[in-house]
Design a protein around this ligand. Structure first.
Ligand code: FES
Ligand SMILES: [Fe+2]
Length: 438
């Protein structure tokens, strides 16, 4: 349970809020490179951390991320003309380059130098392997932090899959689902009996014992859990997962040591979140394998989207949403199966959509003073504390939050593994939890 004031601190991401200031110390995924593929692109509305921004790619291919509201008298730059290395407001023709500098002011006398004094608010932005990252914080080049060393965004882009989906709830509510291993045996695998799972598989162990025990700890850039349950007589099945500041996770879907992923829950505003799943494999064929895809994308068919619109919240919306109860099929729920790869406990198709339905069903911002946490919520509790103490330390002492200036702290992996019951779980996995080792 959290007090109302801690809950507000945890969930509020807008400018001037304590957690919003934490978020602004990091690079965060802003949009896909393919969303603005062309030079002199159409400007794109982009809400991030509660701010309305306009993204564009200029004539030279450089990306810009400007405040929506024109520095002159506030017209939206979404309606602007993207021409000749700048975005021109169509109200009075003021034009800004990607740095926000006003480079033309055609409604002022020729001898005026007023334009040199005007800057549109602009944020730093950079591309890496298909992801456009944004930094909304106070630091300027050359003092910007480095991009986090997230492995799946740094290896061969040809062997990488990225997908995004908007979620209609607060980032933390969505993220808490990623670090809560005990829901797997219910929400996603609850309809599978042990004799239906392949013997000696991770799923077999998960559905055979639905009460894992936990180790949780702080790491250099966040928190980690190792949840364990009996596997064979002398072994445990361990699931290792990472939370990385400020909104990244690595879940334990596949094997620790070979799984290369990260997920991000990027706050668009307090009530909306853009989910990112970035997965890489040294085996390109594996990316197309339905069971891999199911685990990664949460649906064997891949996500089904509504058509994107140019609205602030118009990108990457899933076709099944609260308006149709996420496609809930009560017959499938009763029967406990559908045509998918896993049986269905919910009657909702696909892991991702099941998570989407359930976290959105809690309301846009769940009031955590109403909850009742059990031992299975240890990682959730640890992670909230990590975020809240980072917010207080930054607010009260100006302390940089964990990992913000330490890209190498992100060189970690997650996944499942089998260990002898008497093994030192931390020591035994020290190598396979490191990124860039294969
Ligand atoms: S409001 Fe943009 S140029 Fe006047
Ligand atoms: Fe889930």
């Amino acid at each position: 349970m959290l007090s109302q004031s801690d809950n507000e601190m945890l969930c509020g991401v807008g400018p001037g809020t304590a957690m919003g200031d934490v978020m602004r110390q990091y690079w965060i995924p802003a949009f896909l490179s393919k969303e603005l593929p062309n030079h002199d692109s159409d400007p794109m509305r982009l809400r991030l951390l509660g701010e309305d921004l306009i993204a564009f790619r200029d004539t030279g291919g450089r990306l810009g991320l400007l405040a929506n509201s024109c520095a002159h008298r506030g017209a939206s730059l979404f309606y602007g003309r993207n021409e000749d290395n700048g975005l021109r407001c169509v109200y009075h023709g003021w034009k800004y380059d990607v740095t926000g500098q006003c480079v033309d002011m055609p409604n002022e006398p020729d001898e005026s130098n007023f334009k040199n004094k005007i800057r549109q608010k602009a944020y730093a932005i950079q591309e890496r392997n298909g992801i456009v990252w944004a930094y909304l914080g106070p630091r300027q080049a050359p003092d910007l932090p480095g991009l986090p060393d997230l492995e799946s965004n740094m290896v061969d882009p040809e062997a990488t899959e990225i997908w995004t989906a908007m979620r209609n709830c607060n980032y933390m509510q969505a993220l808490e689902g990623d670090i809560d291993t005990s829901h797997l045996g219910f929400l996603h695998l609850g309809a599978i009996r042990p004799d239906e799972a392949p013997p000696k598989s991770f799923n077999y162990y998960t559905v055979s014992d639905k009460k894992p025990r936990y180790h949780v700890m702080d790491t250099d850039a966040g928190t980690m859990y190792a949840a364990y349950r009996p596997a064979e007589e002398d072994t445990y099945y361990y699931r290792f997962a990472q939370f990385l500041m400020p909104c990244f996770t690595m879940i334990p879907t596949n094997s620790l040591g070979t799984q290369i992923i990260f997920r991000a829950w990027v706050p668009l505003d307090d009530n909306h979140t853009m989910f990112w799943a970035v997965s890489a494999s040294t085996n390109r064929a594996e990316l197309k394998n339905p069971s891999f895809r199911e685990a990664f994308a949460g649906t064997s068919r891949g996500p089904v989207y509504l058509e994107n619109t140019s609205g602030w919240l118009g990108r990457w919306r899933l076709a099944n949403d609260a308006t149709n109860d996420y496609g809930l099929d009560r017959d499938v729920q009763r029967a406990g199966k559908n045509s998918g790869i896993v049986g269905s406990y919910t009657g909702i198709d696909g892991i991702h959509l099941q998570d989407q339905a359930i976290t959105e069903s809690m309301g846009a911002v769940y009031q955590r003073n109403q909850e009742h946490l059990g031992t299975s919520d240890a990682m959730v509790i640890k992670t909230r504390k990590r975020l809240l103490s980072a917010a207080r330390a930054l607010r009260d002492y100006g302390t940089q939050p964990p990992g913000a200036d330490d890209p190498a702290a992100y060189r970690v992996r997650s996944g499942g593994t089998i260990l002898p019951r008497n093994a030192d779980w931390l020591e035994a996995t020290s190598t396979v939890r490191k990124a860039f080792t294969s």
